[in-house]
Design a protein around this ligand. Structure first.
Ligand code: GAR
Length: 200
């Protein structure tokens, strides 16, 4: 049984997709052990409580990055978490945290990395004029939106798209892609060769 900890900063729709997939047995042998936010009013905290999942809030304000991460790691350990999912967690993690959970932290990003890392990836794609974008679930390393890629999905950019319509179409793919990636990580049926994550 793999125990999942989800870090959020906002709405928590990816967290909800993971929690529903766990509940419905689409991520076998897994449990969402805790949902943690750095923002007290994050709507995702309420949604997590609706699933009966324990929640924890720790503000990053006035807190050095590593000290904040150590507080979150203590909570993750208290819930015996094996896999950490970043789901709209809008903070950089300290190298200390990344080493502490090496190869066990997943992030979802709303573009086909390495294109458009950072903030507003959907608007970046629209402004650049690409015809296809999508989403990426990757293992987290010390560089922003950079670690080995676990799953990607492609989403076409349509002529009439705004950042909002494109984001909504990508988000629907994010939910499916994140579930597949978590299921793979929880199964242990993969190996990592350099940057490549290979399913066994
Ligand atoms: C998602 O689109 C996710 O890919 C993005 O934030 C949104 C969170 O939505 N993450 C990033 O941009 C990270 N760089 P959610 O709270 O509804 O899951």
């Amino acid at each position: 049984m793999k125990r999942i900890g989800v870090l959020i900063s906002g709405r928590g729709s990816n967290m909800t997709a993971i929690a529903e997939a766990v509940r419905d047995g689409r991520i076998p042998n897994a449990e969402v052990a805790v949902v943690i936010s750095n923002i007290e009013t994050a709507a995702g905290l309420e949604r997590a409580r609706g699933f009966g999942i324990p929640t924890f809030f720790h503000s990053h304000r006035g807190c050095a990055r590593e000290a904040h991460d150590r507080a979150m790691a203590a909570e993750l350990r208290r819930h015996e978490v094996d896999v950490v999912c970043l789901a709209g967690y809008m903070r950089l993690l300290s190298p200390w945290f990344i080493r502490e959970f090496e190869h066990r932290i997943l992030n979802i990003h709303p573009s086909l990395l390495p294109a458009f890392p950072g903030l507003d990836a959907q608007k970046q794609a629209l402004d650049y004029g690409v015809k296809f974008t999508g989403c990426t679930v990757h293992l987290v390393d010390e560089e922003l939106d950079h670690g080995p890629i676990v799953k990607q999905a492609v989403v076409p950019v349509l002529n009439g798209d705004t950042a909002e319509t494109l984001s909504a179409r990508i988000l629907a793919e994010e939910h499916k892609t994140y579930i597949e990636a978590v299921a793979l990580l929880a199964s242990g049926n993969f190996k990592i060769e350099g940057r490549r994550v290979i399913e066994l």
